[in-house]
Write a protein that binds this ligand. Sequence first.
Ligand SMILES: [Zn+2]
Length: 245
Amino acid sequence: MTLFDTHCHYECAPDEITASLSRAAEAGVGEVMVVGGSQTLNAGVFAAACPALKIYRAIGWDRDQAENAAALPALDYTGISAVGEIGLDFYYPGASREKQISLFSSQLELARKLDLPVVIHTREADDDTLGVLKEIPSRGIIHCFTGSPGFCRKLLDLGFYISISGIVTFRAADNVRESALVVPDDRLLIETDAPFLAPVPMRGRENEPAFIAHTARFLANLRKTSLDNLAEITTGNARKVLDAK
Ligand SMILES: [Zn+2]
């Protein structure tokens, strides 16, 4: 069995990153994707190194960079597997809808030009996310999915893979569990979104890729399958969407 954590972030020192990834390898994780989105998160992507497992890298500019989009430097995508994370988040009052949509759209256009998949964050922005994706056909991952089963189906119709985080283990997350059951085997992914959102029974601790095993086990029970089978389908899907050779 080999697990693939399709989404984690690092903002710590290189030796701490290597130690965290080594613990993941010991916990059965064979592959991880380290994801950027800001200057510091993108730096963490390039700093990630560990001989014990395979590392994929995603870089890009997330919604928090939308206010200063004009000042964002161009990034070097050599050796990069995906553009992300990018997307829309209208959870916090005062978020500029127009500026977020503009940056999101330009990142999708860039991914098309580079022929790379995207890693999309979407929260409280269902209609705008669907609107932009219909205008700019794209492929890739909807990460840390927390929307309704109906929204999930619409994203599946557009061809996206749906990544389920440790939120699925939280007591109050019935809608995430419902959505996780809507995703067919061939579109399902798992992620930690570390250092955030540690799954049960690790809540309260800083999350890390090693903890993906808890989410995988929970999801296997929910979908009435074995951990081995869940690991096999999610790892296979992740390799496929990231064009891993
Ligand atoms: Zn993230």
